[in-house]
Design a binder for this molecule. Structure first.
Ligand SMILES: NC(=O)c1ccc[n+]([C@@H]2O[C@H](COP(=O)([O-])OP(=O)(O)OC[C@H]3O[C@@H](n4cnc5c(N)ncnc54)[C@H](OP(=O)(O)O)[C@@H]3O)[C@@H](O)[C@H]2O)c1
Length: 263
């Protein structure tokens, strides 16, 4: 199926690892151009090398940028526009969670989650808006988590800010509709990404990876009986960016193997 992504430019905030990197890879395979960012220089360079297996150097822009820093976000978006002369799609995938119950989470951790889940999105949307308007259409896809609707006590700061992001995405879909910009969310359950690989290597380095993830799926009671793969999330993101999703806005697609009971 032709997704209509050939020649489009997709900016992926947090595209140097995990879901974001897989999404960049799949956009390239569809003939789109990609801009990816992350904070870590080494990870950024590795991502750039990885993406070169899927697309030409002229179709890839990788840069360091902290999504919680307004000036850096503006510089990254302007760098992308200067490089590709257009921007069509924004994927907000940068993030990390904070574990902790209410009395464990520090002010700094709350602050970090608020920066990541609100301001990073606000800065990126503000920065890309004029470029999407110039194109006459645009897509914004915010990565979220099932936690937004089903909070867990041991992840209070992440869950609470995720809920706010879901609300923000909904309002943005209405606010930007007159510019023909479609805004959607993808809500993840437990996805096997670099983030989880780092966790596995730290906590259970001796354990067979397949066994580790099977065990995790069992402990979390994932109805499909397994954790998800980054590619399974990236496919949903590409659909939301595609010409097939031209009337989908304000929605949330759960990509979580039936995890969670929230409607
Ligand atoms: N995997 C899951 O099970 C799961 C579940 C629910 C939600 N999610 C969400 O899905 C998104 C992707 O997660 P993932 O599992 O793919 O994680 P990942 O493999 O750790 O990738 C996260 C990406 O975000 C970047 N990033 C983090 N903080 C950043 C910052 N302040 N500025 C710029 N880039 C930043 C990282 O690069 P640097 O570290 O170099 O900055 C990396 O490129 C995240 O928002 C995560 O919270 C994941």
């Amino acid at each position: 199926m032709d997704l209509g992504l050939k020649g489009k430019v997709a900016v992926i905030m947090g595209g140097t690892s995990g879901v974001g990197l897989k999404t960049a890879e799949m956009f390239l395979q569809e003939g789109a151009k990609v801009a990816v960012c992350g904070r870590d220089q080494g990870r950024k360079n590795k991502a750039n090398d990885h993406l070169l297996k899927y697309g030409q150097a002229e179709s890839i822009y990788a840069a360091t940028c902290d999504v919680t820093n307004k000036e850096e976000v503006n510089a990254f978006i302007e760098g992308t526009a200067a490089r590709f002369h257009q921007i069509d799609i924004l994927v907000n995938a940068a993030g990390q969670s904070v574990m902790g119950h209410f009395f464990d989470v520090t002010d700094e951790q709350w602050e970090q989650q608020i920066q990541l889940k609100y301001f990073a999105i606000i800065y990126a949307v503000r920065a890309v808006h004029k470029h999407l308007v110039k194109q006459g259409s645009g897509r914004i896809i915010n990565i979220n988590a099932t936690l937004a609707k089903e909070p867990e006590r041991h992840m209070i700061a992440t869950a609470a800010t995720r809920a706010g992001l879901l609300n923000l995405s909904k309002t943005l879909s209405q606010e930007l509709a007159s510019d023909n910009i479609l805004v959607n969310s993808v809500s993840l359950g437990l996805i096997r990404t670099d983030q989880w690989e780092r966790r596995r290597q730290k906590n259970a380095p001796e354990m067979d990876p397949e066994e580790y993830y099977a065990d995790l799926a069992k402990k979390r009671n994932i109805p499909l009986g397994r954790v998800g793969e980054a590619e399974e999330v990236a496919s949903v993101i590409l659909f939301l960016a595609s010409s097939q999703a031209s009337y989908v806005s304000g929605s949330t697609i759960e990509t979580a193997g039936a995890l969670g009971k929230a409607l």
